[in-house]
Design a protein around this ligand. Sequence first.
Ligand SMILES: [Zn+2]
Length: 512
Amino acid sequence: MTSSRAQRGISNYDGRGRDASPSARLSMTLVVFLLAACTSTKPRPIAIVGATLVDGSGSPGVPNTTVIVRGDRIESVGGAVPADAQVIDAKGLTLAPGFIDMHNHSGAGFKTDPAAETQVAQGITTLVLGQDGESELPIGEYLKSLDKSPVAVNVATFVGQATLREHVMGEKNLDRPATDDEVRAMAVLADQAMRDGAFGLSTGLEYEEGKKSSTEEVIALARAVAPYGGIYMSHVRDEGQKTFQSFEEALRIGREGGVPVEISHIKMGSVSVWGRAPEAVRLIEGARAAGQDVTADCYPYDAWHATIRVMVPSGRYDDPHDVGEAIAENGGAQNVTVVKCDAHPDYEFKTLQQIADEKHTTPVDMYMSIVRDGGANVVVRSMTEKDVKVFYQQPWVMVGSDGGITARHPRGAGTYPRVLGRYVRELHWLTLEEAVRKMTSAPAARLRLRDRGLVRAGMKADLVLFDAERVIDKSTFQDPKRLPEGISQVFVNGVTVWPVSGARPGVAIRRP
Ligand SMILES: [Zn+2]
């Protein structure tokens, strides 16, 4: 997508003509340089005029508000337009804080797309990486590399428990609980990660790298991040039949580790737990009523995306009985779509049922042969919208995409517009103000970011302008990277990143 998406005559703050000749560009650069030199103490302000302000707090939108941005900060809300301001006419649009994605996998994608097009096109301005137990390490070096070569969005990170295991125990040696010595060594690394700026510890106990971890081993690492105010971010051990035991385990890790808990991408992910979201809510509200700090994030889809191995909780990927049960538990082979398969690219975007039919075999045999050939990534439609709705209506559930630049699931390009268009405008599950709060001040408060997540004077100028009547996701299971519609302009630290401008104003955010 190009800047042709710019709507309503909104201009690029960055001001660089895409089609300017090299000499024109050079003279423009000189002018910009001279202007910057003369006005370096007071950059030219931007006045966003006429939008309905939904400020992220959850309070009702205020029509026809003027917001002044100067440099990377919001200078005023509701004040007069300075004479030298660049004016953006935002009549008919909604202005909100930039969206903070609590669960994002864009890390690797920055290498090919530092503009993070599918992310900024949704209004995302801050990504939280290091999820599901996998992170960069050392965290300090990673954040410094982002300081040196920034991307379009702000980046924060957790430290991954599986990454710590790989580092200490060796990649080929993860099929057992860690020894006491290994746990101590991991705790030292976790402590260093927190001092480097990580926001807490993430796990992906459903994945092979984390599966054999004992609860006690995770508690020990939670204790290591606790003194820094770290959060325990949990992709729980089982998102199918054993969902409830897995939630209990996450709560126990929080209690005994002395850390707040966030359940990642909360879901009722298989047939035997369908319709039980209200029970999950009762379980978590019980913990909250007893004084435990627990939240969750949730993506707006009835399908998950992970490795094909995750489907079989027993880990016996070559046992026809366990594999058959796993396929049934996910509602059948027609619900399982292979989206990435290095050994058989021709399987991609076909269901397990289709592939089995083509090969004249059964889905169970097909599953086992895919795993034998190196595995695959799958999108599995094994959730119900009824459960998603229950979660979205809880004030302690925020939005997280679980997507990212390279995602082969529509959530990677559609999450935020889908919540605003489908859940708010079409289905009336929640108000626009509440949805925006779940995308902005709720995650900011969770991360204790004091200068993002609200449109207030003095806050960082991460902002989204969108058309609440039009905003909608366009990405599909067959075409997962299709960009959404209705997001007009996105600023990160006062600089336009959508429509894609080439600017990279994002910062590495360290735990405050
Ligand atoms: Zn996950």
